[in-house]
Design a binder for this molecule. Sequence first.
Ligand code: SAM
Ligand code: SF4
Length: 461
Amino acid sequence: MATKTLCIKTYGCQMNVYDSARMADVLAPLGYATTDDPADADMVILNTCHIREKAAEKVFSELGRLRQMRAAREARGGGRTILGVAGCVAQAEGEEILARAPFVDLVLGPQTYHRLPEMIARLSRAGTAQLDTDFPVDAKFDHLPAAGARGPAAFLSIQEGCDKFCTFCVVPYTRGAEYSRPVADVLAEARALAAAGTVEVTLLGQNVNAYHGDAPDGTVWGLGRLIRALAEIDGITRIRYTTSHPRDVDDDLIAAHAEVPALMPFLHLPVQSGADRILKAMNRGHDADAYRRIVDRLRTARPDLALSSDFIVGFPGETAAEAQATLDLVDTIGFVQAYSFKYSVRPGTPAATMPGQVPEPEKAARLAALQDRLNAQQVAFNRRSEGLEMDVLFDRLGKHPGQLVGRSPFMQPVHVDAPEGVLGTVRRVVIDQGRPNSLSGRLIDDADDTTHPAQAVGARS
Ligand code: SAM
Ligand code: SF4
């Protein structure tokens, strides 16, 4: 029975969303039920992200606000709130957090969530702040409890860490070396999710297609093989994976896109830049042409595959011509969605001290030009969806009464007026309107929910 409340504020990537859900799973047996309201919670955890600029400063100002909230609660006689900092800022700046914000009770890195109950027990015995930023990755997954119900579309973490060391990125330092969960554990978690009503799983990893999990038969499975096994699980009808690295797209994964209908025709495949000299300086391990060839092969396997990507503009030394090369790559590939960022210095990474740091106004101009192209492609893609039929998984209520929101096979949010009973199911929808960031449509009553999305929408140009 829940007797206490827990508020987890999650920042950053989907790995953090997944980790927050698992922290809630770990704390449920201790009587913690989740709440969105930090003002009256018995425990507040900030699950932080280190990828953006001034990440640590933002955490310190949020902690300042929480400290005041905690004092106000105590003054109301509401009991003492435990304050925790988790995630990548905790991993990178653990000691600094305890020095600058000594009122924080718990500081834990992404690999030690399973030890939360132990840390809370030590906190209540000793009354002093607890810090745990070890890297025992296998232990984390071994000790997490079985997944609770996580809704029709759920994340499933299969891989952690990164060995790629892109010169701009902090992830290899905050999340540690690449680690793949054993096949049996991943399949067991997927079966538990399916039994609890999950229809769609998104496999997560910082570098998810580097997956190489030990299988019960003593072999090592890559991501393609794992996807095939997941597709066999009763109830799992949609599979996605993110985030992928172009270097780790292998033949079997490409074949899976052709052969596994449950594998959705949408792929987030970050390229970062279209200029070979910059890709080399970033230590990406591929050039622009290699990226184009991978995309060609994926599209041959799955002609309606929709692509998304990450881009960085203004990497040190980037010239105007190199920024143009990125625009050219966007034109030739065609993306339906993308994340684009101005390069920003991450202390401790090789790019931070590279010569030729690009002035801020120039970065801003390059970002604006890139986002113009990317937005135009996204809008055009959504417009082309008008009049098409697609399978939509409805996973949440819309803003307006009677409205539900789901996801198309291509990750577009789809708004439909429908009864609540439709939540958690995949339904055929005809798209009436494609807007810049979403679609709206109508349910088709006599739906055949098993139609392959590729057959439903046909090839896209
Ligand atoms: N593993 C993924 C990959 O290989 O691209 C991405 C992981 S990272 C968490 C997400 C994105 O943040 C990156 O793809 C990159 O575009 C962006 N990013 C990382 N470090 C950055 C930096 N120093 N400046 C600007 N953007 C950055
Ligand atoms: Fe960061 Fe590169 Fe690893 Fe992605 S592949 S997490 S960008 S180091």
